[in-house]
Design a protein around this ligand. Structure first.
Ligand code: UD1
Ligand code: CA
Length: 459
């Protein structure tokens, strides 16, 4: 019976105390984002989805920040500080107090393996339920360098050899340790306590548990999972590779759920991007965190969308920027070179060209002319602009907030509006035009005379 369907108690230990040396970063690598959220949060999320609610975090540098980044309402986490970096086995022992609480299944996962999903976590536990003492999740690496190699004999796992300690022949093995391991919870501390540090790095390798368990008469196996779930992050190049794999996976899921993408490889999603079926996303669109796009909306090419709600049938871009708090009503339009921030755009309203709408409400059916700017900031405070329904704001108008424009009102092009405009009023906020009859030839003749004089002087 799969482990999850019995009442086996499970603790997951997440190792995240490493120094992140190879990242060459001023912060712990598990804080680096994948799809806009810290790597460690992806790992905790996968555990929560696999129904694992007890987690022990093993932390070193940036412990407080990592603890905060790992917070998840579905998980009870304890924190354990590994004060010296003596290897992955030593790191697991930092969580001794948690492990000693008595669990059937102990899972060890790495904070730097953010693509992990529910399936291999479940598979590892199933391996324990089937009577193994150690279950290692492996993968076949396109490029195995840096990973521990899995040495399989007679269907069992004989040993894991770290890259640095491997012989030429062992290095040719492409079946690698994914860093996810399940250990019999009752035996785990005893087995890990027996691990030594006689290896190239002089570290206590968790991977040695395989040989230790076998020497004690136990059974170890490896279970294969896709590389795309087990790729580890040690360098910025690997971080970019992981981002790519994450994006490919999520785009694929979205397309299968009914979202059209013309060139999916150019669309970048955030961890929480929510897009309904029958939305079309054109090429080169970037989503930041906190976006919801409802059915039938179209996001044209080269738009950047973050913290925004785009309601059914709305059209965005090309070249639009939606910032946090942008809420576009049904069938509304925000067109090219427009920026919308902390503003609601009513149903069917149009902001089609070259505008900035910030800290504002635009009523249903209103048309915002090209180049309209809400002047929301006076250098100290932000102020609101309120525009009613079915209003018309002429092109190149500046609406100096706080200000309101009533329902059905017109604002003449080029106006600077500093006073409220009542419903159905027409507001002119600019000097009236004056035409000087016959004046153009006078100016033209004068200019020609100047040009001629210059030419003569140059001769
Ligand atoms: C490790 C495995 C390797 C596997 C690879 C998969 C060991 C000895 N090696 O190698 O077999 O193929 O992961 O990605 O286990 N950590 C601590 N404290 C320490 C050392 C490490 O908390 O003292 C943490 C790190 O923060 C990291 C994880 O453990 O999250 C793995 O450590 P890392 O140094 O990245 O191991 P690898 O060399 O990648
Ligand atoms: Ca690693």
């Amino acid at each position: 019976m799969p482990a999850q369907e019995t009442n086996r108690r499970c603790l997951a230990v997440i190792l995240a105390a490493g120094d992140s040396t190879r990242m060459k970063s001023s912060v712990s690598k598990v804080l680096h984002p994948v799809a806009g959220r810290p790597m460690i949060a992806h790992v905790v999320d996968a555990l929560a989805k696999a129904g694992i609610s007890d987690v022990a975090l093993v932390l070193g540098r940036d412990a407080e920040k990592v603890e905060a980044a790992a917070r998840n309402p579905a998980v009870r986490a304890t924190t354990h500080i590994q004060t010296e970096r003596l290897g992955t086995a030593h790191a697991v022992l930092a969580a001794r107090a948690a492990i000693a609480q008595g669990y059937d299944d102990l899972l060890v996962v790495f904070g730097d393996t953010p693509l992990i999903t529910e399936a291999p976590l479940r598979a590892a536990r199933d391996g324990l339920a089937a009577g193994n003492d150690v279950v290692v999740i492996g993968f076949t690496a396109a490029d195995p360098s840096g990973y521990g190699r899995l040495i399989v004999e007679n269907g069992g796992l004989a040993a894991i050899r770290e890259h640095r300690d491997a012989s030429e022949a062992e290095r040719a093995i492409r079946y690698c340790n994914g860093g996810l391991m399940a250990i019999d919870g009752r035996k785990a501390l005893d087995l890990i306590d027996r691990i030594g540090n006689a290896n190239a790095k002089g570290e206590y390798y968790l991977t040695d548990i395989v040989e230790v368990a076998r020497a004690a008469g136990g059974r170890a196996i490896a279970v294969e999972a896709p590389e795309a779930e087990l790729t580890g992050c040690n360098t910025r190049a690997e971080l970019a590779f992981i981002e790519r794999l994450w994006q490919e996976r999520r785009r694929h899921e979205m397309m299968l759920s009914g979202v059209s993408m013309i060139a999916p490889e150019t669309v970048f999603l955030a961890f929480d991007t929510a897009i309904a079926p029958d939305v079309t996303i054109e090429p080169n669109v970037v989503f930041g965190a906190g976006v919801t796009i409802e059915s039938g909306a179209v996001i044209h090419a080269f738009s950047h969308v973050e913290g925004a709600h785009v309601r059914a049938g709305a059209v965005v871009g090309p070249f639009a920027r939606l910032r946090p708090g942008a809420d576009l009503g049904p069938d509304s339009k925000v067109g090219n070179f427009c920026e919308v921030k902390q503003a609601t755009i009513g149903a069917g309203a149009k902001v089609n060209h070259l505008s900035y709408i910030g800290d504002a409400a635009v009523g249903a059916g209103t048309n915002i002319g090209a180049g309209t700017i809400t002047c929301n900031y006076d250098g100290i405070n932000k102020h609101l602009t309120n525009i009613g329904e079915n209003a018309f704001i002429g092109s190149n108008s500046a609406l100096v907030a706080p200000v309101s424009v009533g329902n059905g009102a017109y604002v003449a092009s080029g106006s600077v509006i500093t006073m409220d405009v009542p419903d159905d009023a027409v507001a002119f906020g600019r000097a009236r035009q004056e035409n000087k009859q016959g004046r153009a030839p006078v100016i033209r003749d004068r200019n020609l005379a100047i040009k001629a004089a210059r030419k003569k002087a140059a001769e």
